[in-house]
Design a protein around this ligand. Structure first.
Ligand SMILES: NC(=O)N[C@@H](CC(=O)O)C(=O)O
Ligand SMILES: [Zn+2]
Ligand SMILES: [Zn+2]
Length: 439
């Protein structure tokens, strides 16, 4: 049999020895020890290992309405260059992605411009509007708890329970956990100081705001029998609340909350301003908290350099990490502080399962041919000038790494090879390679 594409004599994560992977019609159709023939043959080099296509459940591509910061084309190229085959985009665009019309519009934007598979989170809205959006299969309904009062929170969680009951669905609520009241109180106090340092931003939105908000979210999902995903979990105490909860709750860590603490404000200023803020070194989560249950969500949140330089309170919060996180974590694999198998679990299998991305997250016959090939031996330093993202800056600039993504394959099509992006996201039959993915 002649396959469309064959990966010849490759190492596959979690599997001993070398294998041949036969790809047909965008699917993994054969994994065999014996040789396979294909129209295209890919023979990975020394030190290269095949991972299931990496999935980022938390990106902001700013499309539509804020495309001067990033758009689906530059954001998805950034994802492809970072080794990601699927991303899930957030609804805080302009207009907000919380009506049937805007949601449908964004699917069309992604289908036109994205070179990786994409899912979409919806914002909350009226009950009727959310029922309409449910037909378009959002990955989850996203709530920014720092924008809600206790009563509006209760109403929204209640609406989602009603929707799941009436439609027979089980949509997740993805939560940005910062308590609005605690943030307002502490921001007011910090702003009242004679002068402000960048680090004051981390005291304006203290760890306590996240911990209280996580407890609120856990109480509400218990009350309304919902499932939750906690975005950018940044504190050990918040993690403890999640781990002891009997509810169905998942969580993600960002690279900046793993690697950086609020002392970085002193050297990098508002470049590291983000919500939730970098934490005091004693409060923060870190590499030691990465277990088989978590996920990595980059919270890729681009702003222009100008918007990042408007002072402590007016600078825009957000850090872009799609092209940094894999080299950083592969470096941990080389140091022995993270296994490659665990990296594949938290960056592919777990997000695929949690957001019901069928046939993704594992290298298995019949699954989609979404594959990330990494070179464990290639080293270098992070250079934001090479980013495909419009946000060509990073707190990880000049960080050295050992290990990087060298090929990204989406539905059997090579979309990135050695840092070069395939210009046309079209397969041999003229079909778009990447797709809108939904549960
Ligand atoms: N994380 C941030 O600081 N900013 C995000 C919004 C968010 O994720 O809260 C953004 O969209 O810029
Ligand atoms: Zn957020
Ligand atoms: Zn975000």
């Amino acid at each position: 049999m002649l396959f469309d594409t064959v990966l010849r004599n490759v190492k596959i994560v979690n599997m001993k020895g070398e294998y041949n992977i036969g790809i047909n019609e965008g699917k993994i159709s054969k994994i065999s020890k014996t040789g396979l023939n294909g129209e295209n043959v890919i023979s990975p080099g020394e030190g290269e290992v095949v991972l299931p296509g990496l999935i980022d459940p938390h990106v902001h591509f700013r499309d539509p309405g804020l495309t001067y910061k990033e758009d689906f084309y530059t954001g998805s190229m950034s994802a492809a260059n970072g080794g990601f085959t699927t991303v899930i985009d957030m609804p805080n665009t302009k207009p907000i992605t919380n009506t049937y019309k805007n949601f449908h519009e964004k699917i069309k934007i992604g289908e036109k411009k994205s070179i990786v598979n994409f899912g979409l989170n919806s914002g909350f809205n009226t009950y009727t509007e959310m029922c309409n959006i449910a037909k378009l299969k959002p990955a989850s309904f996203k709530i920014f708890m720092d924008l809600e009062t206790d009563s509006s929170l209760n109403e929204k969680f209640k609406d989602l329970q009603r929707l799941n009951t009436e439609l027979g669905t089980s949509f997740l609520v993805s939560c940005h956990c910062e308590n609005r009241f605690i943030v307002h109180e502490n921001t007011y106090y910090q702003k009242s100081k004679l002068e402000n340092q960048s680090i004051d931003y981390s005291y304006a939105r203290p760890s306590e705001a996240e911990i209280v908000s996580i407890k609120q979210a856990l109480d509400l999902i218990r009350k309304y029998d919902l499932k939750a995903h906690i975005c950018h979990l940044s504190t050990v105490k918040g993690l403890k609340e999640v781990l002891k909860s009997p509810c169905d709750v998942s969580y993600e860590f960002t690279p900046h909350h793993i690697y950086l603490d609020n002392s970085y404000f002193n050297s990098l200023g508002n470049m590291v301003k983000t919500n939730p803020p970098l934490r005091n070194v004693n409060d923060k989560i870190g590499l030691k908290n990465i277990t088989h249950e978590c996920m990595i969500g980059t919270d890729h949140a681009p702003h222009t350099l100008n918007e990042k330089s408007l002072g402590v309170w007016d600078s825009k919060p957000g850090i872009s990490n799609l092209e940094c996180v894999v080299p950083l974590l592969l470096t941990e694999v080389n140091k022995g502080s993270l296994s490659l198998g665990l990296l594949a679990k938290i960056m592919s299998e777990n997000p695929a399962k949690r957001f019901h991305l069928e046939n993704k997250g594992e290298i298995r016959e019949g699954y989609d041919a979404d594959l990330t090939i990494v070179n464990l031996k290639e080293s270098g330093v992070i250079d934001p000038r090479e980013f495909y993202s419009k946000a060509k800056y990073s707190p990880f600039k000049n960080w050295s790494y050992t290990g990087k993504p060298v090929m990204t394959i989406v539905n059997g099509g090579i979309i990135m090879e050695k840092g070069e992006i395939l210009k046309e996201d079209i397969d041999g039959k003229g079909e778009k390679i990447s797709k809108y993915v939904h549960s």
